[in-house]
Design a protein around this ligand. Sequence first.
Ligand code: 2YM
Length: 372
Amino acid sequence: MSEIPFRIAATDGAARTGALVFPRGEIRTPAFMPVGTAATVKAMYAGQVRETGADVVLGNVYHLMLRPGAERVAELGGLHRFMNWPHPILTDSGGFQVMSLSSLRKLDKDGVTFKSHIDGSTHRLTPERSVEIQRLLGADVTMQFDECVRLPAPPAEVERAMRLSLAWAERSKAAFGTPQGRALFGIVQGGDAPDLRKASARALVDIGFDGYAIGGLAVGEPQHVMLAMLEETTPELPAGRPRYLMGVGSPDDLLKSVARGVDMFDCVMPTRAGRHGQAFTRFGKLNLKNARHADDPRPLDPESPCPAARDYSRAYLHHLVKSGEILGMMLLTWANLDYYQRLMEGARAAIAAGRFADYAAETTAGWEAGDR
Ligand SMILES: Nc1nc(=O)c2cc3nc(NCCN4CCCCC4)[nH]c3cc2[nH]1
């Protein structure tokens, strides 16, 4: 186990607030991690991502091994130097992206062989190679190599993938070693089966990790199933270590998952929605492509400290989005990431004040009240 301290400052029901302390800086929790798949948080420069309040960004083994290549990034000083992000980076281990992006993949008990979605070249990932790539990139948080099945799936398939992921958890940990100042997270699998979720969590805790991700969710199941699996899983995980729900989610997903003991999140939603003309606000989600914004002189939110949400009219944003202007993607990505970070900042403060349930209710009421 590494010596990455996780300080829990306060709890409120199952919700926790605190900080993970890395040599490159702290990760305040609950934390939202912007997705920086190809060594960039799309449409944002690194300092701007930091200004939104992000403490950590996510990178992907799958994309970076294909282009520009892990050894090349290492030669150039590592991912932090390469993308000019001196703060913590968490890298996903590649299995999930292989299954969702590559073609012609062959999975066996040792790993996965696949063809690149970029140029069709053949590659192989094993637990050892994934951990090595994450070392070459210089990740502060390394994810074990795992297999995630889409839902719904036959119980036997869910169990097979869960047991294979446990075997790969052991091999990932053996390959990781005990590098100073770097953390390795295990990933709980088990689909929508409570008994498999508990077995996976208990087995990972027996192996011992610096943190525990909850994987195999946000893969097509309804929100209530995801939340039910959190309720089955988080009580089996050590209270003193961070929990990371992978690939989640909407603002509503985040608040409901924080209430069930989750500390860390990542999702493409704020950045992808921004590029598609959608804005997350205190009043709910707006689609700036909609003609109803064409003459609206109001900004997204006049009370927002974020210039993208405060200093540009909806009419202008509508114009940019309809015209396919790059600035439209930039401003809406900025506004969305800022909104997600402020949502998490508010959650941290509410938990510290013992009023998280009220905070979640007030925030949800704001979304439901809609645009004033
Ligand atoms: N190593 C690993 N293991 C997982 O079980 C996993 C499970 C995941 N589940 C998601 N869901 C992403 C959902 N996302 C929502 C917004 C639109 C694009 C898809 N991402 C994931 C990433 C994952 N990574």
